[in-house]
Design a protein around this ligand. Sequence first.
Ligand code: G3H
Ligand code: 13P
Ligand code: ZN
Length: 346
Amino acid sequence: MPLIPLRILLDHAAENGYGVAALNVNNMEQIQAIMMAAQETDSPVIVQASKGARKYTNDAYLRHLMQAALELNPNIPMVMHLDHGDVPETCFSAIEQGFTSVMMDGSLSEDGKEPSTYEYNVEVTKKVVEAAHARGISVEGEIGALGGIEDGHGAGLTEEEAQLHLTDPEQAEQFVAETNVDALAIAIGTSHGAYKFKKKPTGEVLRMTLIEEINRRLPNTHLVMHGSSSVPQELQDIINAHGGEIKQTYGVPIEEIQRGIRHGVRKVNVDTDSRLAITGAIRTIFSEAPAEFDPRKYLGPAREAMQEVCKKRMIAFGQAGNAGKIPIKTCKEMVDFYTKQAPAVS
Ligand code: G3H
Ligand code: 13P
Ligand code: ZN
């Protein structure tokens, strides 16, 4: 089966009331972990790579690793998505490399740090939508700015500052009408990385009611939750028990993500949990078997630990059991769909 556009998968998820984990990759083991979890749970998958991941792997390695995953898992529908494209050119080069979906993150200005203006966001997102849809590629946009790690697609905002840049529901509605995006990332108080909340989040900092309001205004738009790692206590404990130094922190509880899924969230971005699982497994081997120096002896357990996280998320978000049910369409077939779509309002 060829790589499929994000839109097809999220349309099916919306029709059937489930969410799909969008899992970040940077190497072979992470791609394998996702595919092993997908096989175990019969799940369709969204594999996503950031600009940093593309630089780290080199697009050619990434492309061929994804092709290998397709070849070895012909029963699993797979989307290859660009996470946080910073400028249109990053999205265009991803399309050239065979990505079937791109995110144009115009919520931040070109420096990737400061929140941008609404007008700038519409301009760059529209430009990407026009070029991508002409080739049947899906586009995710973002309105509102997330907090979190500065070098990883947050505006460098603290938990408190992030509350000032939450998505405005009225602006979200206008943004979708003006850009025609297939999916919309919203800021509801989450942030990238491990340090999201200082205590288990309440509705005051994790604004689930905002999702409900956006969903009321945009019932046909697929919403995306970024910064959705749950930062499990057990993974923090494993790392810290083996020489790590993760300060006590709290992520997004699974039950809150499930609440989001009941209100239009279809794509749930998870990267940090995979990183924590991998680090915990490697630290464990390094401290318990310090004489070990065969990379397979620690990368193998790291892959298994990430597989376990992916499997848990696939089950919790409801994508499990759906691999064989997606009405497959290629990007080429989607061109026709977009041609018939009503034009964006300007
Ligand atoms: O949104 C952030 C993702 O976790 C990717 O992070 O830019 O370090 O690859 P990265
Ligand atoms: P986490 O850091 O919570 O895993 O978020 C990942 C993400 O949003 C990638 O775009
Ligand atoms: Zn993100």
